[in-house]
Design a protein around this ligand. Structure first.
Ligand SMILES: *[C@@H]1O[C@H](CO)[C@@H](O)[C@H](O)[C@H]1NC(C)=O
Ligand SMILES: *[C@@H]1O[C@H](CO)[C@@H](O)[C@H](O)[C@H]1NC(C)=O
Ligand SMILES: *[C@@H]1O[C@H](CO)[C@@H](O)[C@H](O)[C@H]1NC(C)=O
Length: 413
């Protein structure tokens, strides 16, 4: 998701509801489970996922703070919280977390405000080893909770630096940030979205002067993570069955060269690592033609979609009526039916790797009420249930809600 409002930041911290339908199904699976399949790669056969002889349904949570919490020391480190969060998630039936294995930008500035910190890559091609080790440690914990991870290798949006930061490094120019919420000043910082898109899309454009350097930074990063030997498990990431899929980038946006970029990057990953599923990280909000552009490459083995009812103007968060909720559910169901048909016609399984909805804090004047755990979640619970049901009924391979903040004692970015 692109973080444009205070609500979205806080969704990160407090959103939580188990995928109860899938959790129940998993309970039934566990009753007859043997343990022999747990260290087996998740693979795609036809339009389904499998772990050994068992079908694998993603019952997922976004948990992008993983590598920062996993650090041994420092401002973002909190390993006790990771254990507590993963225990809670496991108890709720979650078997997959979607995490970031990238963040870029100066370690010294908070530009833009709210960017993930400490940063994995503070200068082009240079790593903060303590953050990398945080990733190693986190990934090593997942097996204890019988979980897999969808691992994102980049970001279109600037809350972790992302493609725009690489263009900035390549051109020595400043990023024209879009308007976004400043959590320090507690107000919107101005900006122009179209200028931001044009700037960031230079990342994909082989005719742009930024391209060779930006791509070198990105592709070296991909090779660095996939080829890395985990300092905790001693296993190369390429051989790590806990990794369910490599995701090229969180939410690449439409642009003339994005399809070509996805195909080339997926090829690179496939040559480095023949085992893992590869997914572009797309939202699928731009219709069938763009869905095909982002998923047609032969090295893409899992389709991904995101659905953001309120952000896309399909749910009015100020309207408490059930008609409002049912409207959003209708849009979501249609979206899932359409995207599953598009994915299956390309022969791909498809997962809904982001969706979310706010608390029952109606009206623009709701203020902090929208973020407080005491505020009810009647719309959200009903909506989440419907998403999980739609996933199962439509032939999706699973879902991951945005996002689990767990026992966050403070805000981390
Ligand atoms: C681990 O998870 C998989 C899929 O989520 C399940 O099939 C298996 O039974 C689980 N194993 C244990 C030991 O819980
Ligand atoms: C980058 O830009 C800054 C400010 O515009 C300038 O001071 C610096 O010399 C530039 N660096 C390079 C390598 O061009
Ligand atoms: C959203 O709902 C509120 C409360 O019913 C209403 O006042 C407002 O006009 C609605 N907004 C839109 C865009 O429909």
């Amino acid at each position: 998701m692109m973080i444009t409002s205070p609500l979205q930041l806080v969704l990160v911290l407090f959103l939580f509801a188990p995928c109860s339908a899938q959790a129940a199904q998993r309970q039934r699976l566990m009753a007859t489970a043997d343990n022999s399949d747990t260290a087996v790669f998740v693979t795609a056969r036809g339009t389904r996922l499998w772990q050994g002889s068992k079908e694998y349904h993603i019952c997922g949570a976004n948990y992008w703070q993983a590598m920062n919490l996993g650090m041994a020391t420092g401002e973002s480190s909190d390993r006790a919280r990771v254990h507590q969060d993963l225990s809670q998630l496991q108890a709720a039936g979650i078997n997959t977390v979607r995490i970031l294995a990238s963040s870029e930008g100066s370690q010294l500035t908070a530009d833009p405000p709210g960017r993930l910190h400490p940063v994995l890559m503070p200068q082009a091609g240079h790593y903060d080893e303590s953050v990398l080790h945080g990733l190693d440690w986190f990934v090593a914990q997942l097996a204890k909770y019988n979980m897999t991870a969808v691992v994102s290798l980049g970001n279109y949006w600037t809350w972790s630096g992302g493609a725009a930061q690489m263009v900035s490094w390549a051109t020595n120019t400043s990023i024209p940030y879009p308007a976004q919420w400043d959590p320090v000043k507690q107000k919107m910082a101005p900006g122009d979205y179209q200028s931001f898109l044009a700037y960031t899309n230079r990342f994909f454009d082989p005719n742009d002067m930024a391209y060779p350097v930006a791509q070198k930074i990105y592709r070296s990063h991909v090779a660095h993570i996939i080829g890395r030997v985990n300092g905790v498990t001693g296993r190369a990431y390429a051989n790590e069955p806990t990794v369910l899929a490599w995701e090229l980038m969180n939410e690449p946006q439409v642009s003339p060269y994005v399809g070509q970029w996805i195909a080339g990057t997926a090829r690179l990953i496939r040559t480095l690592d023949p085992h893992h599923l590869v997914t572009p990280g797309a939202e699928c909000k731009n219709g069938k033609q763009w869905f095909n552009v982002m998923h047609h490459a032969p090295d893409i083995s899992l389709a991904s979609c995101h659905f953001w009812a309120a952000n896309w103007g399909l749910y009015n968060a100020s309207d408490p009526t059930s008609a409002s909720l049912l409207g959003a559910i209708g849009h979501m169901q249609r979206f899932m039916r359409d995207t599953v048909a598009w994915a299956h016609s390309l022969g791909l399984p498809v997962a809904l790797l982001e969706y979310g909805l706010g608390r029952d804090a109606w009206g623009v004047g709701a203020g902090l009420k929208a973020y407080q755990p005491e505020t009810k979640v009647t719309h959200r619970d009903a909506y989440f249930e419907s998403v999980c049901r739609a996933s199962r009924d439509s032939g999706y391979v699973g879902t991951a809600f945005w996002a689990y903040g767990g026992t966050a004692p403070r805000w981390i970015y």
